[in-house]
Design a protein around this ligand. Structure first.
Ligand SMILES: [Zn+2]
Length: 60
């Protein structure tokens, strides 16, 4: 399976960064590479990320 990149928008600095989908799961703690803030991926946040990513892929 190819690595799918998920774009994440940091809730603190609002910058976007990418993570591999396989590294993400409900409860994953992400550290923003720009501001260093830690964000926990929770339930709807994760499913929304996947949904948004699927939409983006169709347009690509
Ligand atoms: Zn940030």
């Amino acid at each position: 399976m190819a690595d799918i990149m998920i774009t994440i928008t940091c809730p603190v600095c609002e910058k976007k960064f990418e993570k591999k989908a396989r590294e993400l799961a409900d409860g994953t703690i992400l550290k923003c590479p720009i501001c260093g803030e830690q964000t926990t991926i929770k339930g709807t946040m994760f499913t929304d990320l996947v949904k948004n990513n699927e939409k983006a892929e169709k347009h690509a």
